[in-house]
Ligand binder design. Sequence first.
Ligand code: SAM
Length: 241
Amino acid sequence: MEETLVAQLLDEIASYGIACDEAAARRMIRHLLLVIEKNKVVNLTRITNPAEAVTLHCLDSILPLAVEGVGNRSFSSFLDLGTGAGFPGIPFGIMTGSAGVLIDSVGKKVAAVSEFIDALGLDNLYAEHVRVEEYAARKPGSCDLVLARAVAQTNVLVEYASPLLSGHGLLVVEKGRPEESELVAAQRAAELCGMSLVSQNGFELTRELGHREILVFEKSGKPRLKLPRRVGVAKHEPLGF
Ligand SMILES: C[S@@+](CC[C@H](N)C(=O)[O-])C[C@H]1O[C@@H](n2cnc3c(N)ncnc32)[C@H](O)[C@@H]1O
C-alpha cells in the first residue's frame, strides 16, 4: 500500500507545480501511516481512509508552497499552531527542511507527534505541549512563519500570530470557504495587531475533496494593544467585531 500512496502523493503534488522528490513523499506517507496506526488508540483524526488522507492531510499541509511569496521564500523558523497529529507541521518540515516547532494544547497529541518526529528522524522539528498564548509570551518574535490549519477563526489566529512573528514574518491560514464576515473581522483584527493581508489564493483539492482558501498575512507594524492577551481572551473576546 505504501508504494501506491507515495505514487498518488507525488502525482498530486506535481499537479500544483510544487517540486517534491520521492524520499520526501515517502517520509510524508510514513508519517500518515503512523498517524493512522496511532489513531486506533489515541483520537487524532477523523480521516482514516488512506487515499483520502493523502489529499486531505499530506497534500493539504504543503499546499501553501504553491503560493507566491511562501513557496519561493525560505524560512529560518516556523511554528505550527495547533498541530494535532502533526499537520501541517510535519509535511511542511519534510518539504522545506526549515526548523519548526509544532505546538498543541493537548498533551497526548504532542506526545504522539514527538513519537512521529523521532520515528521519522526529523532533526529539524520538535513538538511542545503549550498554549500558543503562553509560547508567545515566552518567545516573542521568535518565528518568521506561523502555519495554522483548522484551529480557530482567522481574526483569532491573526492575534495569536502577531506577537510570535518577527518583522515581515508571515501567518499562513488555510480555510475551506470562509464567510465574508470572517474576512472582514480578520482584516480589522489585523489592523489592530500590526498585520496586513498580503494575498488570498483559492485552490481545488484533487479528487474533488473540497476547496481551500489560503490567506497570507504579514507582520507589518506594531500592534495597537499589548499582545499576547491572557490565555483564552483572544478566543472569548475576539478582536475585529
Ligand atoms: C481541529 S485540530 C486541527 C489539527 C491540525 N492542525 C490539522 O489540521 O489536522 C485543532 C488543534 O488546535 C489545538 N489548539 C486549539 N487552541 C490552541 C491554543 N490556544 N494553543 C495551542 N493549541 C491549540 C487543539 O488542541 C487541536 O489539536
